[in-house]
Design a binder for this molecule. Structure first.
Ligand SMILES: NC(=O)C1=CN([C@@H]2O[C@H](COP(=O)(O)OP(=O)(O)OC[C@H]3O[C@@H](n4cnc5c(N)ncnc54)[C@H](O)[C@@H]3O)[C@@H](O)[C@H]2O)C=CC1
Ligand SMILES: O=C1[C@@H](O)[C@H](O)[C@@H](O)[C@H](O)[C@H]1O
Length: 336
């Protein structure tokens, strides 16, 4: 069976997903597209040779009988309404992170899905599909370094656009760590502190960069993460888990060590699109396969909700400069 997909949002990652759904992965094709910018979306589909119908509104695309499942890759603030419309139409939806820009919005999605009575929503936390993170999780689950005690992590981007301001280093960037640490450690967060230190001269006016975020978990694991999005030197993701008997680290991406021009070393990627490129393929292939079977196997709406609650607590902690509790309800049986 070929799953007919409707894509909402044909920007940076929407175009990437459209190409992989149409040409790289098995069992799906893009039959419908929607974007606020019609001309650019249609020009993209033409150039990419994706014969999809353009719909004038996200809602019209979701309602279209030919659309069996939806990929939402619009801007974060649009996600809630579009995902709720998919649930109302009973259509499976893969939504890029964040699920919603507020915890309340994510909660509305969880409630609508539970009321609908069937899981329909997957959130685009692709790191769970990355071979490096999976190998790290397998090592931790096998007890290779004993019980986890501490995590030292970093999420570094070379630069961000001028529209990336305020709390986006939490809601757009740190949200990946929020999801991946609780998955890696089989744990939940209890509190957070956000520390703004010296600001780099390379950060633009609307952004305090870098920041350090300290999370504590129910088991008492302490996680420190450096979020540094104007670091200039590369797209660099680090994660080191200190256990009782050793340290387990996220593998570096494969690069060729060089000895050249009187130097030795290896390259660092500059573009986030390349760092997790394989995990996007694995993630969306798994989503297609599960959707055809009528299931959701990946990060679900509850995971999206937990990420939004945690992000909101981070924002509060940044404002108050205090250690801020993270109050999470228990995972409902529906999401077991
Ligand atoms: N999982 C990951 O690693 C990544 C996830 N993302 C997420 O994907 C989403 C899109 O990000 P980008 O592609 O980088 O942004 P972008 O700005 O390049 O593209 C977004 C597109 O959505 C369209 N759009 C915005 N609101 C819309 C609406 N209400 N209805 C229809 N179309 C709408 C815009 O016109 C634009 O073409 C964001 O939520 C972002 O956080 C982005 C990059 C990486
Ligand atoms: O999701 C992503 C972007 O939206 C975000 O801006 C980057 O910081 C992340 O590294 C990337 O994975």
């Amino acid at each position: 069976m070929t799953l007919n997909i409707g894509l909402i949002g044909c920007g940076g990652i929407g175009q990437e997903h459209a190409r992989r759904l149409q040409f790289t992965l098995n069992g799906a094709r893009v039959v419908a597209i929607n974007d606020l910018h019609r001309d650019a979306a249609v020009a993209f589909a033409d150039k990419a040779q994706i014969p999809a119908t353009f719909y004038d509104s996200a809602d019209a695309l979701i309602q279209a009988p030919e659309v069996q499942a939806v990929v939402v890759a619009s801007w974060g603030p649009a996600h809630e309404e579009q995902v709720l419309a998919c649930i109302a139409a009973g259509k499976p939806v893969f939504c890029e992170k964040p699920l919603a820009v507020t915890a309340e919005g994510a909660r509305r999605i969880v409630e609508a899905e539970m009321k609908h009575g069937k899981n329909l929503v997957q959130v685009g936390f692709m790191r769970r599909y990355d071979a490096g993170y999976r190998a790290l999780k397998a090592a931790l689950d096998a007890g290779t370094v004993g019980d986890a005690l501490l995590v030292h992590a970093a999420h570094r981007n070379p630069a961000v656009p001028e529209m990336y301001v305020g709390d986006m280093n939490i809601t757009d960037t740190f949200i990946h760590e929020i999801d991946v640490f609780r998955w890696l450690l089989n744990d939940e967060y209890t509190s957070v502190q956000v520390i703004e230190g010296r600001k780099t001269r390379h950060a633009h006016a609307g952004l305090h960069d870098p920041v350090t975020i300290l999370l504590e978990t129910r088991q008492g694991i302490r996680i420190d993460t450096e979020i540094f999005v104007a670091c200039r030197f590369g797209y660099d993701i680090q994660c080191h888990v200190v256990g009782e008997t050793g340290v387990a680290s996220l593998p570096e991406p494969l690069t060729v060590p060089l000895r050249s021009n009187a130097r030795q070393g290896s390259g660092i990627l500059m573009d986030w699109k390349l760092r997790f490129i394989e995990s996007y393929d694995v993630e969306l292939q798994d989503w297609i396969n599960a959707t055809v079977q009528g299931k959701v196997r990946g990060p679900d709406a509850w995971d999206g909700y937990v990420a939004s609650v945690t992000a909101e607590a981070c924002i509060e902690a940044r404002k108050s400069k205090q250690i801020t509790p993270i109050n999470l309800p228990e995972r409902p049986a529906f999401y077991a």
